[in-house]
Design a protein around this ligand. Structure first.
Ligand SMILES: Nc1ncnc2c1ncn2[C@@H]1O[C@H](COP(=O)(O)OP(=O)(O)OP(=O)(O)O)[C@@H](O)[C@H]1O
Ligand SMILES: [Mg+2]
Length: 258
């Protein structure tokens, strides 16, 4: 499909968008990522579950190179994430990230929050960036808020702006780290609906969430982490109805009784 020459290094249609090979990371004595092997195909939606402290956020942050790793490799669409430099900046632009806290620029308008990346990192002309931003804000349902400041929006609206901002970089994969856990309950669904829409459009996604409804509805695969390891992975129905490991059974049992 890609018209890029092989020299550009872009992966073929079958190249995983994200590939982790024997990834290890320590925080001092803590072996926070232990021999992680993971491939995510184009268009695949992977939900990452696991108890607090199991390494889910660290995994996301490593894929976006916000954290270094000690050994192993991480490839984005066939290209190894380098330690630093221009190539890192380019590959990082391929990975969109949405966090629990929205991290919007407080003193910039909603529109500017979305156009900033394309203008600064991709050298897009302002008019073109505005057009792109408006279409993305439209898509996440907040185009009518474009001239406001982030603080003038609800949490759910801000998180949808954060999603639009990440999409404006035309990422190959979107990482979500508990995108709804800081939201008031009535705002959770508007953000999840936006994410379900993205999944349906074929976006490759890795989603850390406690929203089991989302996992059942949108995930192709559930990954269960505990103590820095991928303990189990399966299709959502299979995982929820017939977890294999003691850790996963325990985790799901606690969810149901709460
Ligand atoms: N910068 C850091 N320095 C030292 N230890 C850290 C650091 N970041 C995380 N850790 C530790 O690494 C482990 C994994 O943390 P991580 O945030 O990846 O877990 P998590 O699965 O995302 O948990 P939660 O569900 O609570 O978000 C935890 O024990 C945490 O205390
Ligand atoms: Mg976390």
């Amino acid at each position: 499909m890609s018209t890029d020459s092989p020299a550009s290094g872009a992966g073929s249609a079958t190249t995983p968008i994200v590939k982790l090979t024997d990834v290890n990371k320590h925080y001092g004595q803590l072996h926070v990522l232990q021999n992680i092997n993971l491939e995510v195909s184009k268009g695949e939606v992977v939900v990452v579950l696991g108890p607090s402290g199991s390494g889910k956020s660290t995994l996301c942050r490593a894929i976006n190179r916000l954290e270094t790793i000690d050994s192993g490799s991480i490839e984005i669409d066939g290209q190894v994430l380098p330690e630093e430099g221009k190539m890192l900046a380019k590959l990082r632009a391929d990975v969109g990230m949405v966090f629990q806290s929205f991290n919007l620029f407080a003193h910039k308008s909603i529109l500017e929050n979305v156009t900033l990346g394309p203008i600064k990192v991709k050298n897009m002309k302002k008019a073109e960036a505005n057009k792109l931003a408006l279409s993305l804000l439209e898509r996440v349902g907040v185009a009518n808020q474009k001239d406001k400041l982030p603080a003038q929006l609800s949490g759910g609206q801000q998180q949808r702006v954060a999603i639009a901002r990440a999409l404006a970089m035309r990422p190959k994969v979107m990482l979500f780290d508990e995108p709804t856990s800081a939201l008031d309950p009535e705002m959770i669904n508007e953000v999840l609906d936006t994410m379900v829409g993205l999944a349906k459009e074929g976006m490759t996604m890795i989603v850390v969430t406690h929203e089991m409804g989302f996992a059942r509805k949108a995930a192709d695969r559930v990954i269960f982490m505990a103590d820095g390891q991928i303990v189990e992975q399966a299709a959502p129905e299979q995982f929820f109805t017939n977890p294999q490991s003691v850790r996963a059974k325990d985790f799901l049992g606690k969810l149901i009784t709460h």
